[in-house]
Design a protein around this ligand. Structure first.
Ligand code: FES
Length: 106
């Protein structure tokens, strides 16, 4: 069990619990976090789960795979710590992580 803070584009913060093993996208959708859609259900095929990981947490999220990298390359608001939430599997080490959500999903 851990906590994720989602910060919306308008700076609204939502702090929610997660069980390790769920994806960040699934945690967001399960908690009705506005600003993250997850339209493809986590298949790395829609790009509507873009998150921007706080720099200090980025190395805890692993590295994007080839499919994720391809989707991210089409994401207009991509930053150097962008990930697709469905491709980030939560772990105990991510307790306290902060992620921002872009203004628009693809
Ligand atoms: S939910 Fe579709 S790419 Fe993540």
């Amino acid at each position: 069990m851990g906590k994720i803070t989602f910060i919306a584009h308008d700076q609204t913060e939502h702090v929610v619990d997660f069980e390790a093993g769920a994806s960040v996208m699934q945690v967001a959708v399960d908690n009705a976090i506005p600003g993250i859609d997850g339209d493809c259900g986590g298949e790395c095929a829609c790009g509507t789960c873009h998150i921007i990981v706080a720099k200090e947490w980025f190395n805890k999220t692993g590295a994007p795979g080839q499919d994720e990298e391809q989707m991210l390359s089409m994401t207009p608001e991509r930053t150097e710590t962008s990930r697709l939430g469905c491709q980030v599997r939560t772990t105990e080490a991510m307790d306290g992580i902060t992620v921002r959500l872009p203004e628009f999903q693809m």
